[in-house]
Structures are given as structure tokens and as C-alpha cells.
Design a protein around this ligand. Structure first.
Ligand SMILES: *[C@@H]1O[C@H](CO)[C@@H](O)[C@H](O)[C@H]1NC(C)=O
Ligand SMILES: *[C@@H]1O[C@H](CO)[C@@H](O)[C@H](O)[C@H]1NC(C)=O
Ligand SMILES: *[C@@H]1O[C@H](CO)[C@@H](O)[C@H](O)[C@H]1NC(C)=O
Ligand SMILES: *[C@@H]1O[C@H](CO)[C@@H](O)[C@H](O)[C@H]1NC(C)=O
Ligand SMILES: *[C@@H]1O[C@H](CO)[C@@H](O)[C@H](O)[C@H]1NC(C)=O
Ligand SMILES: *[C@@H]1O[C@H](CO)[C@@H](O)[C@H](O)[C@H]1NC(C)=O
Ligand SMILES: *[C@@H]1O[C@H](CO)[C@@H](O)[C@H](O)[C@H]1NC(C)=O
Ligand SMILES: *[C@@H]1O[C@H](CO)[C@@H](O)[C@H](O)[C@H]1NC(C)=O
Ligand SMILES: *[C@@H]1O[C@H](CO)[C@@H](O)[C@H](O)[C@H]1NC(C)=O
Ligand SMILES: *[C@@H]1O[C@H](CO)[C@@H](O)[C@H](O)[C@H]1NC(C)=O
Ligand SMILES: *[C@@H]1O[C@H](CO)[C@@H](O)[C@H](O)[C@H]1NC(C)=O
Ligand SMILES: *[C@@H]1O[C@H](CO)[C@@H](O)[C@H](O)[C@H]1NC(C)=O
Length: 419
């Protein structure tokens, strides 16, 4: 197998030219997988030369009922690779029932100058578990993003990885200085446990030139993220078009994160949807926003049944920020509960760091939004100095009675939420 074929395969795959097995062809029972029958250890070049061919070889040989093991070593993954997925020429079926022990690290080149805005690693198949070492020094993906951040280059940046698997697990993975976005999860029935992201520039400020790295993008269904620790310059978790039934819990989100987000939805006037999301027990430290909904101007679609609860804020600019942005993307059944902590001016966008809530609603398209009592204070000020920005003329008639705070531009005043 040649590397150039794999590169072609990846590029073609993203262009949807490859034959991907349909969901109905994917078999396997996540709860009762057959025992492994094959074992592969991934070889590595001691001189630091490109290991992409070694990686592909192991994944090709061990694509079904297998266990693949990386040694505790640095692997050079200099060529974008498709793992546990399509093999050469994109003709064979996807991986099924594969456990990958990432006891080593995967290193991207530290000198990428030209690339494409596609994932560096692409996983496809069913019942795929990628388990990082419990040792903090291993199980890492080194993106060497610092180089890109220093240049301020946002052109055609590679995204780290896409995990397009049905029935999967990502555990103990550490993402170190990704070039841009981290993990993309379009798959179904997935668990992410104990995920670590360091996307904080070494000499970074919270300036515009160094942000834009999302920790986890979720567009799939039945996905649980349990345990996240990250320093991000964009959303820690972003739930985007197509997502259903997502539970993201027990996380810490630091640096200049854009928070726990739904969207952006409806780019280029498209119809995009998200439904059934719970964010629970997160600490947001230095984030621009705590909870966030955003949609594009001119977009359509909906986000329904989303809960943010038990959120602790440390020096966050705005606790809750909804921007429908002149979009008719409907939002409904949003619950914000048990937000506590302090605000501070980090990276002000739309407020002055006294706002616990900013609602920029599109008239008549926000239904049954409610905010439970918040215990929040601006930096070095009492809770009574907390304010909100909300335009009552944008509310659906009757909405004020279930909103939980006085929709106005002024002080935050909690009001009863009527059933
Ligand atoms: C692996 O690569 C990382 C990043 O360059 C480096 O910090 C670490 O020392 C390397 N580990 C070994 C054992 O070479
Ligand atoms: C990047 O580094 C690799 C490995 O050291 C080297 O083979 C390659 O020539 C370098 N590429 C550029 C564009 O400097
Ligand atoms: C930014 O990256 C693009 C594509 O990789 C490249 O063509 C361009 O030269 C880079 N610009 C700078 C300033 O490095
Ligand atoms: C970080 O350091 C690099 C290299 O010294 C420099 O090019 C870059 O401008 C610095 N970035 C910031 C945000 O200070
Ligand atoms: C994920 O795989 C499915 C088929 O299993 C395919 O239809 C879909 O386009 C893929 N999504 C991405 C983002 O690669
Ligand atoms: C991830 O979501 C963000 C929105 O937060 C979006 O800008 C970005 O393009 C998404 N990345 C991928 C690879 O889908
Ligand atoms: C998600 O989980 C529900 C409930 O267990 C199940 O009915 C549904 O088929 C799952 N969706 C997918 C895409 O597997
Ligand atoms: C909340 O999440 C943190 C990790 O960020 C964890 O240490 C803590 O135990 C969780 N609390 C509860 C009540 O689960
Ligand atoms: C939106 O449309 C513009 C211009 O036609 C295009 O360049 C861009 O890729 C589109 N974005 C998406 C997310 O489809
Ligand atoms: C809302 O979403 C959550 C999480 O996916 C789900 O458990 C719950 O059943 C949904 N509620 C309704 C009324 O659909
Ligand atoms: C919101 O609207 C403004 C003005 O039309 C635009 O510049 C901005 O990109 C929009 N943002 C989103 C997320 O749609
Ligand atoms: C909040 O930020 C201020 C600096 O603006 C800092 O002094 C303080 O320690 C921070 N608070 C916490 C709880 O980190």
C-alpha cells in the first residue's frame, strides 16, 4: 500500500466519492462483541521517520475482531491516515470490533505548510474502541499547532480526527496543541471518557489571532462525553447539525473557551437541527461564554430540548448567550439551571461582563426558554450588580411567565417560572 493512495482515499472520502458501507451493513453488537481473533502491534521507526505506512499496515491486517497495540513510543503520523476504516482503494468494508490501545503518541509533522481542511485521522466502522494509555505522557496526539498560531494562519487547517463509528469508545486521549479543531463525532452510540485538550498557545493572549480550536464537535446520535479537561480557544463541546441525544458531563473548560455550545446552525441559509442535549456539571474558567446558542443569519431549522445544569463560572464574560442573529432557526425547550459563580471581563462580545444573560432572539421563534435562579456576581461586585440584555418585544406572547427572569435591559431579577 502506498501512502499516496491513502492520501487520495482520504481526500476522496471527504468528497464522498468513496464507497462507504451503509449503516444497515454495519453489524456487531456493542454489548456482546465476539472475542478478538487477531492481534497486531504497530511497528515504529526508531529514527523518527514517517510511520504512516506502519500504522496503515496494522490497521489493514487487524480490521476485524482484533486488538491493535501501539508501543510506548512516539509514532510519526506525517501522512493523513484512515484508521480502522477503509483500506486501500476504498473498496473493502469498514472495521468491525477492533480495540486499539494507544500506548504511544501520534505526532503530526511540526512543519506543515500546506494541507487541506480535512481530518488528519479518520475512523470508520462499528464497535471501535480507541483507548489511550492511563499514563499522562502517552495516549497523546501532538498537533504542533503553535507554529500555525504564531503565523496566525487560518487557511486550510487540518482538523485532528473524525470518529465516524457506530458503537465506539474514546478513552484517556490527550490532544496537545492541535492545529485547529479536535475530535469530530458524527457517529452513533459513542462514549468519550476522560478527554484532555491543551489548545492554549504557549505565549498566547486571549486575542483573536490565537483562537479557533473546538475540543469536540458532535453531530452524531446517542453520544456521552463523561470527563473533559481542556484549555480551548473556541467551544469546548460544540453540538452541531444532526446531533440527537447527547449527554456531556463532568468537565472543566478553561483558557478563552467559547463554552458549551449548540451551533452554529443554519449556515448559508440551510435547514439544520439539534435535539435532546444535556450539559451537566461543568466548570467554565475564563471562558467568553458559559452556555451558548448560535445560528447564522438567514438560517433555518431548530434546536429543541437542551438543558445546561450545574454550571460553575469562574471569571466568565457572559454566563448565558443566545444569538439567533436574524435567523429563523427556532429554539424550544431550553432549560438553564443552577448556574453559580463570578463574571469578569476577558473577551467581551456583546456585553460588559456584568451580564449573566444575553438573549438576542429572533421575534416569535423562541419557545419555552427558562432560566432557573442564578447565583452570579460580576467581578468584585455584589450579585445585585448582575444585569441582563433581553428585548421583551422579541418574546412569544406568554413567554415572560415561564422565562424565570425579567426580560429587559437592566438588572437581573429572578421571576417565578410558571408551569
Ligand atoms: C515524544 O514527542 C514529544 C513531542 O515532541 C516530546 O515532548 C517527547 O519528549 C517525545 N518522547 C519521546 C520518548 O521521544
Ligand atoms: C518537515 O519535516 C520532515 C521530518 O523532519 C521532513 O522530512 C520534511 O522535509 C520537512 N518539510 C518541510 C516542508 O520542511
Ligand atoms: C497559510 O496556509 C496556507 C495553506 O496551508 C498556505 O498556502 C499559506 O501560505 C499560509 N500562509 C502563511 C502566512 O503561512
Ligand atoms: C508567540 O511567539 C512567536 C515566536 O516568538 C511570535 O511569532 C508570536 O507573535 C507570539 N505570539 C503572541 C500572541 O505573542
Ligand atoms: C459517516 O459515515 C456514514 C456511513 O456510515 C456516512 O454516510 C457519513 O457521510 C459519514 N460522515 C462523515 C462526517 O464522515
Ligand atoms: C466544529 O464546530 C464549529 C462550531 O463551533 C465549526 O465552526 C467547525 O467548522 C466545526 N468543525 C468541524 C470539523 O466540523
Ligand atoms: C439511540 O438510542 C435509542 C435508545 O436506546 C435507540 O432507540 C436508537 O436506535 C439509537 N439511535 C441510533 C442511531 O443508534
Ligand atoms: C463534576 O465534574 C468534576 C470534573 O470536572 C468531577 O471532579 C466532580 O466529581 C463532578 N461532580 C459530580 C457531583 O459528579
Ligand atoms: C457557504 O457558501 C459560501 C459561498 O457560496 C461557500 O464558500 C461556503 O463554503 C459555504 N459554507 C458552507 C458551510 O456550506
Ligand atoms: C430531552 O433530551 C433528553 C436527552 O437526550 C432526553 O433524555 C429526554 O427524554 C428528552 N425529553 C423529551 C421531552 O423529549
Ligand atoms: C451574525 O450576523 C452578523 C451580521 O450579519 C455576521 O457578521 C455574523 O457572522 C453572524 N454570525 C453568525 C454566527 O451567524
Ligand atoms: C479572576 O480574575 C482575576 C483577574 O482579573 C484574578 O485576580 C482572580 O484570581 C480570578 N479569580 C479566580 C477565582 O480565578
Amino acid at each position: 500500500m502506498t501512502i499516496s493512495t491513502s492520501r487520495l482515499c482520504l481526500t476522496a472520502l471527504i468528497g464522498f466519492l468513496c464507497v462507504i458501507p451503509t449503516a444497515s451493513k454495519i453489524k456487531g453488537d456493542w454489548n456482546h462483541p465476539p472475542p478478538p481473533t487477531k492481534y497486531c502491534t504497530v511497528k515504529h521507526n526508531r529514527n523518527g521517520a514517517d510511520d504512516s505506512a506502519n500504522i496503515l499496515k496494522a490497521f489493514t491486517a487487524c480490521s476485524t475482531n482484533s486488538i491493535i497495540t501501539f508501543l510506548p513510543a512516539n509514532y510519526s503520523a506525517y501522512t493523513p491516515v484512515t484508521l480502522a476504516g477503509l483500506t486501500m482503494l476504498c473498496l473493502t468494508s469498514a472495521a468491525d470490533n477492533v480495540i486499539i490501545h494507544l500506548n504511544g503518541n501520534l505526532l503530526l509533522p511540526n512543519n506543515i505548510t500546506k494541507t487541506y481542511a480535512t481530518p488528519w485521522f479518520y475512523f470508520h466502522g462499528s464497535n471501535v474502541q480507541l483507548i489511550g494509555s492511563a499514563d499522562f505522557e502517552w495516549g497523546r496526539f501532538y498537533g504542533f499547532g503553535q507554529h500555525w498560531w504564531d503565523l496566525g494562519n487560518r487557511t486550510l487547517r487540518p482538523q485532528l480526527a473524525t470518529f465516524n463509528v457506530s458503537g465506539g469508545l474514546l478513552r484517556n486521549l490527550k490532544v496537545i496543541k492541535p492545529v485547529a479543531w479536535g475530535w469530530n463525532l458524527p457517529g452513533t452510540n459513542l462514549r468519550v471518557e476522560n478527554h484532555y485538550v491543551d489548545a492554549k498557545p504557549d505565549n498566547g493572549t486571549r486575542s483573536d489571532t490565537v483562537f479557533m480550536y473546538t475540543g469536540i464537535n458532535i453531530s452524531g446520535q446517542n453520544i456521552t462525553v463523561d470527563g473533559y479537561y481542556g484549555h480551548n480557544g473556541d467551544d469546548c463541546v460544540s453540538v452541531i447539525n444532526g446531533a440527537r441525544n447527547v449527554f456531556a458531563t463532568n468537565g472543566f473548560c478553561g483558557f478563552s473557551s467559547h463554552g458549551l455550545s449548540i451551533g452554529s446552525l443554519g449556515s448559508n441559509g440551510s435547514f439544520q437541527t439539534v435535539q435532546g442535549v444535556i450539559f451537566k456539571n461543568w466548570t467554565m474558567d475564563g471562558a467568553v461564554y458559559g452556555a451558548r446558542f448560535k445560528s447564522w443569519t438567514g438560517g433555518a431549522g431548530f434546536a429543541d430540548n437542551v438543558t445546561w445544569e450545574d454550571i460553575t463560572l469562574v471569571n466568565v464574560s457572559t454566563a448565558i448567550f443566545i444569538t439567533q442573529n436574524n435567523s429563523s432557526t427556532h429554539i424550544s425547550n431550553f432549560k438553564f439551571r443552577n448556574f453559580k459563580g463570578g463574571l469578569n471581563a476577558n473577551w467581551i462580545n456583546g456585553g460588559d461582563a456584568t451580564q449573566s444573560i444575553i438573549f438576542d432572539l429572533y421575534p416569535g421563534t423562541a419557545l419555552n426558554i427558562s432560566v432557573g435562579k442564578m447565583v452570579i456576581h460580576p467581578f468584585k461586585k455584589p450579585a445585585s450588580a448582575t444585569t441582563v440584555i433581553c428585548d421583551p418585544t422579541t418574546l412569544v406572547p406568554g413567554e415572560q411567565s415561564t422565562l424565570g427572569f425579567d426580560c429587559t435591559r437592566g438588572p437581573y431579577v429572578a421571576t417565578p417560572i410558571q408551569a
